[in-house]
Design a protein around this ligand. Sequence first.
Ligand code: GUN
Ligand code: ZN
Length: 443
Amino acid sequence: MISPKTLLRGRTLSFSAEPTGPEDSAAYDYREDGALLIENGLITAAGEFDTLRADAPDAKVVDHRPHLLMAGFIDTHIHFPQTQVIASWGAQLLDWLNTYTFPEESRYADPALAEAMATRFLDQLTAHGTTTAVAYCSVHAASAEAYFAEAARRNMRMIGGKVMMDRNAPEALRDTPQSSYDDTKALIARWHGKSRAHYAITPRFAITSTPAQMEMAQALVAENPDCYVQTHLSENDAEIALTAELYPDARDYLDVYETYGLLHDKALLGHSIHLSPREIDRLAETDARPVFCPTSNLFLGSGLFDDAGLRARGLTNAIATDVGGGTSYSMLQTLAEGYKILQLQGQKLHPLRAFHWITRGNAVALGLQDRIGTLAPGSEADIVVLNARATEAMALRMERAQTLSEELFVLQMMGDDRAIDSVYVAGVDTRDQASATEIAISA
Ligand code: GUN
Ligand code: ZN
């Protein structure tokens, strides 16, 4: 069978490096009448529409003009079982976990509920333009199973893991050191490297793991060096104080994770807000990745992430929603709140760097920049189509926008799921995928 070819036409923007400033046009490729040739889920050519059309006269053309085609967004920290925790009122981290989050996560012991919610969770991600995410599942292996199975059905490149937690949580949410090891090992064997999945070994945070469980996490990391590790670090003052009580021998919060061998360039450390100079040194030496979660840090009143300070030390910062501490699935809204957090510290997030961050930048943080995060030939065809005039207010503002950077900044500050015109996952329009599923169900 001849493989069908699709040519997506539109304005195209793809980054090849992090822009050093608003004028750094060498860091990206922008075309007014661009095109992407898609074959077998990959981008096989990118360039001017006329040239690609002449080279592939048999390709089906999908015209997205005047919209903007970019690589799909990447969310590097999100909680799958918290879709119904977002917007829970009035608490900071530890009370929020105990009052809202842990009771909700208990429901994911039910595999049928986890399966139904995996569908709705991934629907939300793609509706908001996110084509790859790194997710915490609940403590139950069945929640990770449901998450990976649904991602595989949609052919999405997804990362995740079941949380390991054996103390300071309700009984229904506690595993044991041994069961957390066994379940994680089995999930890695079942999913890591299968379809487009990667496993993230996930000790939730120091407070919910005993030293015995941390030893099990250490063994898993040593046995599976190509898996990711994800956990939370220095988000909130009360959390840091309790961690110091629970690990009295640790020099600081990071030292808990360091002692158990969890730090390397595939370790994603959510929040990383209140850090000592020693912790920053060790983050730099181990090349672990801090993850900035702007909407969550504001919502839970956690603090201000020092992006410039960490970058100056050579760290690679990722950016993420942290739903349901975060208040939006939108990486555009995440950039908007990130911009404001940096403003409060006299730091700047210009739109070119912002859009690099949620595409190629997060791909670099995950070591996946050769597969996702750009529109370069050879990349997987995960693509978002953006409309900077999606709302009346945006269209009104766009009447006075003259440059690409101005358009991007309108999307960054005013955009959300309404600005997502279309999303392709591995070359398939997610709306076609949804209707194909409906047809299969009704048939
Ligand atoms: N620390 C430990 N668990 C969580 C969580 O679910 N959300 C946030 N924001 N921080 C955490
Ligand atoms: Zn989190």
